[in-house]
Design a protein around this ligand. Structure first.
Ligand SMILES: Cc1cc2nc3c(=O)[nH]c(=O)nc-3n(C[C@H](O)[C@H](O)[C@H](O)COP(=O)(O)O)c2cc1C
Ligand code: SF4
Length: 454
């Protein structure tokens, strides 16, 4: 894609109709029509095929095709569940917040359709602890549609039962991981479960469960509204549809922007007003904190699953963080690793120890105490950890490190040689850390010193 690209307004349609968080106004623009159009008119199998034709892929990180997930559950008898994942606790992520606060009925419409499609009579909307307005709006929307007979024992007179409820998250990043999330609903601590079995086979209370991202669920009624072929016509063939891109960092107008999937980094930057203060683009994380850096060489790469995959990048949730040419990439990577170190649940050794060690080595480099051994160790550990742990937090934590070393090695080497950032117009550092200063210079801490008993 080159030149400018027209925004779409399917997911963020509340920007044209600001009161659609109320049922009457949502219905006025055709809300909940999709249920009348498909439930009882086509089979659940046929509806799953619509998702396959539309190529709808999950917007919560891994890009799993919705049809594949649903398909695994179709033949399993008994109780099933749908969970809408609105935990959204990664730095720079805020698209689901706007959707839950401003367009909760489109979300619930997607939840009802999914529940019918997989035969679930109960669905839970899981909302981040700090998202108070989202909790209020989602709870009110659930009440409105339950009172109106849209949800409940006889969904819009179709004879299909779907009860809805809201659950407020425990308040940690790990609560968004689908199996940790399920554990918290069951009243346990948020420790992810080993997989397989995946939740579609063994989920909430041991029953088949679909955990789906908020934006994914908001897109499901659109497949009915536009038709599977119409949905597929928006964006690239392998992962089409409208997409909410969240952009933050060094841009003039940070925020959520809806475009067809596959817009380029350059086009998104332009939509967000470019980089302020006359500075230049240096790098971006394209899939949230748990993703790889891209550089100015990648400005014309399409922001979608396959295009970023092809260059060793990561699309994830489509959450873009921009760093201008005054950013110290060693400091930025250290700041990211501090988040992962603090949010690791501690269950797996490579993650618990690895995030602490990587953070420490980065802090050494950033604090002017680093050596080549720190750079070597960062390279080795960020290559060794992925694939060895119970959930994807550790893999994600390694991505900024490995890609940072790949793209900005001269900057890392400069820190070793000179004990500071390369000369420039006063490099901007992200907030500094406490750990670097807690050890005497030259002293290599033991693991016990690194993390006293939790
Ligand atoms: C540490 C961690 C945190 C996560 N947080 C979220 C989250 O807040 N929201 C979300 O939808 N998915 C999150 N995920 C991904 C979920 O486990 C799951 O894959 C996703 O909800 C599936 O939805 P989708 O198929 O619609 O993309 C997280 C994964 C990990 C490893
Ligand atoms: S990878 Fe990290 S966050 Fe995930 S289960 Fe293991 S220790 Fe916990």
């Amino acid at each position: 894609m080159s030149g400018s690209v027209e925004p779409t307004c399917y997911l963020l349609r509340h920007r044209q109709h600001p009161t659609i968080h109320r049922l009457a106004d949502y219905r006025r623009i055709g809300g909940y029509k999709s249920i009348e159009q498909v439930v009882g008119r086509i089979s659940r199998e046929e509806f799953t095929r619509w998702m396959a034709t539309a190529h709808l892929r999950g917007r919560g990180g891994a890009g799993q095709p919705v049809a594949k997930k649903w398909g695994r559950m179709l033949d399993i008898p008994g109780q099933r569940y749908v969970i809408a994942n609105g935990d959204e606790s990664e730095p720079g992520a805020f698209k689901d917040r706007e959707l839950m606060e401003c367009n909760p009925h489109q979300l619930l419409e997607g939840v009802l359709l999914s529940a019918w499609a997989v035969g679930a009579t109960r669905a839970i909307i899981y909302v981040r602890l700090e998202y108070e307005l989202a909790q209020e709006r989602v709870a009110r929307a659930i009440k409105e549609i339950t009172d109106a007979g849209i949800a409940g024992p006889d969904m819009m007179g179709t004879g299909v039962e779907v009860e809805l409820e809201m659950f407020v998250s425990g308040g940690a990043y790990i609560c968004g991981e689908q199996t940790a999330l399920i554990e918290t609903i069951e009243g346990k601590l948020p420790y992810p479960r080993p997989k397989p079995p995946y939740p579609t086979i063994n989920g909430l209370w041991g029953r088949p469960t679909v955990v789906q991202n908020i934006e994914t669920l908001c897109a499901i009624p659109l497949v009915v509204e536009l038709g599977p072929e119409g949905f597929k016509a928006i964006g690239p063939a392998t992962a089409p549809g409208p997409k909410v891109y969240s952009i933050s960092g060094h841009v003039a107008h940070p925020g959520n922007y809806e475009f067809p999937m596959g817009i380029t980094m350059r086009q998104l930057l332009e939509a967000a007003g470019g980089i302020p203060n006359g500075h230049k683009f240096k790098a971006a994380l394209t899939g949230g904190a748990a993703s790889a850096f891209i550089t100015a060489d990648h400005l014309d790469i399409a922001l979608d699953f396959d295009s970023l995959d092809a260059i060793g990048g990561e699309f994830g949730t489509g959450t873009v963080m921009v760093f201008d040419d005054h950013t110290c990439m060693v400091g930025a990577t250290q700041s990211l690793l501090r988040f992962f170190r603090d949010e690791s649940c501690g269950k797996c050794t490579p993650c618990r120890e690895g995030t602490q060690l990587m953070h420490l080595w980065l802090a050494n480099l950033e604090g002017g105490r680093g050596s080549m051994a720190d750079i070597d160790a960062l390279g080795r550990l960020s290559g060794l950890v992925p694939g060895t742990t119970c959930c994807a937090l550790a893999d994600g934590a390694c991505l900024p490190v490995s890609s940072g070393l790949r793209h900005f090695m001269p900057e890392f080497l400069y820190h070793v040689e000179h004990g500071c950032c390369p000369p420039g117009e006063g490099h901007i550092h992200l907030p500094h850390d406490d750990v670097a200063g807690t050890f005497h210079e030259g002293h290599v801490p033991t693991l016990t010193e690194l993390h006293p008993r939790r």
